[in-house]
Ligand binder design. Structure first.
Ligand SMILES: [Zn+2]
Length: 287
């Protein structure tokens, strides 16, 4: 009996099926940890992340990093009325299943108003927030503008606040904390620095921030907010090995499956921000 050779077309189909099976197997294996299947098939887990710095009761003081306490309270109320659930970096770090509409409230720099004006609103409303502090400033006594360790510890103990790192002392201390156009800024590598020297300098700074926060606040640190949102490849390598969650400052909706927890975009809130519009648009910004 003559066996008919397998046609070229059949062989091609079999090859495609074989490759598809291998890819599926690989995706399943890796997917458990990195949600590759979710990524491949386009399903997304959007998380709205808002960024605040300072609060005030005087509208005249408002600007790019300062909003009124009333505005902050109104934002929290709007989020609650619209079905958002408040999450913290720890939830992302532990890869917890997220609620349908997660939102993460973040504050950078550790201003005293986070304790005097934001914290009471969090307690009133049941909302939660992440506060990222420049550990050297807090440790030096806060210069009366920033929180002290006791206030940070009290907020963290309440469960309403999670303290993260905004470095130990890499928030451009030479310029009084101001951004340098063209950089390097914050955790970025100096051009003249070798990579090993840079890695040593950055990990020493970040470790010091974590040790101080954990010792004084009594809770683990899960999150680093890059000063000015700036980073580069060598700094991301160091930071992502040390922190399960890293935060940037470019606007957008975080897709936590895609990034899983790293380089997450955040949306700065000013008095002019239309939160409803921001949330609506955000879903079109998923990257
Ligand atoms: Zn900052």
């Amino acid at each position: 009996m003559r066996i008919r050779p397998i046609s070229l077309k059949t062989r091609q189909i079999l090859a495609v099926i074989g490759i598809a099976l291998i890819l599926c197997g690989l995706s399943l294996k890796i997917g458990r940890r990195y949600a590759v299947l979710t990524k491949l098939f386009g399903a997304k887990q959007p998380c709205l992340i808002l960024m605040y710095h300072n609060l005030t009761t005087d509208e005249a003081e408002c600007g790019s990093v300062t909003v009124t306490q009333d505005r902050f309270r109104a934002d929290i109320e709007w989020l609650k009325e619209n079905g958002y659930s408040f999450i913290l970096p720890q939830d992302l770090a532990e890869k917890k299943p997220l609620p349908d509409k997660p939102v993460m409230i973040t504050f950078d720099d550790g201003y005293l108003s986070n304790y005097t004006l934001a914290y009471p609103v969090l307690l009133e409303t049941g909302a939660k927030a992440n506060i990222n502090v420049i550990a050297s400033i807090i440790d030096d006594g806060g210069y009366a503008v920033f929180c002290g360790w006791d206030q940070l510890a009290e907020m963290a103990a309440s469960g309403a606040v999670e303290i993260g790192s905004h470095t130990y002392d890499l928030h451009n201390p030479a310029t009084g904390g101001e951004v340098v156009p063209g950089g390097p800024n914050g955790v970025q590598k100096e051009e003249s620095e070798t990579v090993p020297a840079f890695e040593e300098r950055l990990s020493a700074d970040l470790s010091k921030s974590v040790e101080l926060i954990e010792a004084n606040v009594g809770k683990p640190v899960y999150c680093l907010a890059y000063p000015f949102g700036e980073n580069d490849k060598p700094s991301r390598a160091v930071a992502e090995a040390m922190f399960p969650v890293t935060l940037c400052t470019y606007a957008g909706m975080a897709d936590v499956y895609k990034y899983y927890g790293h380089n997450l975009p955040r949306n700065n809130v000013t008095m002019d921000t239309d939160l409803a519009e921001l949330a609506r648009l955000g879903h079109g910004w998923l990257r």
